[in-house]
Design a protein around this ligand. Sequence first.
Ligand SMILES: [Zn+2]
Length: 703
Amino acid sequence: MIINKIVFILLSILCLLFLGLWYLRRVNNIMASSKQTASTSSLAFYASLFKVNVEDIQKNTALISKEYAQAIDDLCAIQKNRLTYADVFGALDFIQSLSRAATWCNVCAALEMVSPNQQIRDAAHTALEQLGMLFVDKLSNNKQLYLLCKRYVDQYMVNDTLSKEQRFFVDHMMMQFERAGLATDEHTFNRIAQLKKELVALGLQFDAAIAQDSTIVTASFDQLKGVRKEILDQLVQNKDNLYELRLDYPTYAEIMGKCTNGRLRETYYKAFNNRAYPVNEKTLQEIIQKRNELARLVGYPSFASFDLADQMVGSVEQATLFLDDLIVRCKPKVTQEFAELKKIQHLSVQWTVDGKLQPWDLDFVQTLYKNTYYDLDPAMIAQYFPVENTIQALLSIYSDFFGITFKQIESNSFWHDSVKIVQVYTQENQTLLGTLLLDLYPRQGKYTHACQMSIIPSFIEQGTKKHCPGLAIVLANFPAPSADAQALLKLADVRTFFHEFGHALHALLGATSVVSLSGTNTKTDFVELPSQLLEEWLWDKDMLKRVSCHYQTAQPLPDDVIERIIGLKHFSTGYFVQRQAYLAKLALHYYNAAEPVDLQQSMQQLYNSIITHVAYPEGTHFYASFGHLYGYGAKYYGYLWSNVFAQDLFTVIKKHGLTSQTIGKKYSALILQPGGTQDPTDMLIAFLGRKPDAQAFFDAMGL
Ligand SMILES: [Zn+2]
């Protein structure tokens, strides 16, 4: 997963944000700080960004808001006889990616997720709300700014010398302006402006209701049979000695996969799938209705059409064809998978009369199946992945493949002592590409998923062609080391680590001179490719040997265990594709309906028409906590879509070798470094030497 606060706010207000503060006065200072290569001064600068208290956050945000508004007004009032790219689009590029406001917005987004201090997290959240509203007022709804850009394009661009990247950026920006409704008549525009502000508030409300759901399911020791002792030890017990189960992902995974009490699994599953219900019912209805209205005002039949029009997929029709084909293709595999699962007998599991498994039994049965037929105990495998060794192995593999070196820096100058600092250099001339902060362990109040965030983009300085290093963060929630034992990662954790590190390298290897389109600032249905690709390294025998190292014996995983792990490559991939396609179609359906939809009824109908072997969970309201419905809009299909290309690329790379620097550098140059400055299809064709093909994906999924 990738978090780009600017992009997230962008999605909610349907417009690129032109963040800017002090850019006229501060430009040289900021550019200088991001260009420094002496590690100490750079790190000191980075650390200072996060060393703030509540008062600092409030003061900075107020100051930024005021000066930012002034800076935008100054830009709009520019008086010159002849406008140049640098005057208009160059300035915008800087404001939205390198200005202090851009950095501050990302810092606040990070603080909200990682700060150990709740007051700081709350203050950062408030700051983001204020900045979001400000951006709508001063940028997304700024007709003057649009007219300035249009004046340059209509009158002066023809006589200006633009690079290919700059031309791409101008087209991209003008399209975003039009999508934001800035080219509409005044009456229409006023309504659009109002809708955008309402949507920012609704989106924050929708996300907050999910994050703040504090439902607790209680259970006795007997009911929790099967749950591992180390998990039980972490649970709070109430005055009646009942364990309190919160609705978070680690608890969900443990209860669903391990608890032998079917009744408790059902209760917990239903509570989990009723998070933010009923509060989000009305909020989601309003989001859908307002987004649809907005899309129609800018000339699209629905929000889904609007949302997909500037993506790789291009249209709702194309996305639907893609998903429908997958739904048909995966059906035989799903049937075969559930016939296999039926071999598992357990008192707590009951199949329905029409041969379906209950949703709260699925993970449990799958876990039993893997234990029975593959003898793979995740805890045993985890002994081969002590965290320190795994990090070193990952760095060494990526170092070989990309031709880069990593330097770990000892420092406790960031928000928590456990934050690790890794600097990335080129092997040829030791150019600093960027700095990566790894915050890997859970703690009270920290964001509970894994993700990557860019704080400062990497880019190539126009003119000097020097690489200006970026700053990125990888967040995860791996099992924490204790005083006497190091942390051991489950194989799924190692995959997550490879995935998020893939996003981080995409960000730090970014080498465009248009900074706003650097690294991961590419299309949503393309951005997961680099991460999905790198996950594939962990299905390779040699790579598993190289990464694994038993925490006591220092031995790699035995061959027979590796073979059994690889033997599970196609385990449940049919159901995975079926479920992902269902979720993708649900998002498309909600945002493509001509009339207001009945959220519950249409979800149930769609579920029953796609999901073949898992019964519909009556009495649940999953849509209320389907967070992607806000942040990703109608684009959930993007996960499957980008995976098709990731698998295609992987087969080509694998032929050359997973540590071949020749192919690694080609991949970096043609897919990562151009960021969002080229059409993704052109990039894929340049790398593959042919059009992309879905066969590799079908093979990888066993379809
Ligand atoms: Zn991701």
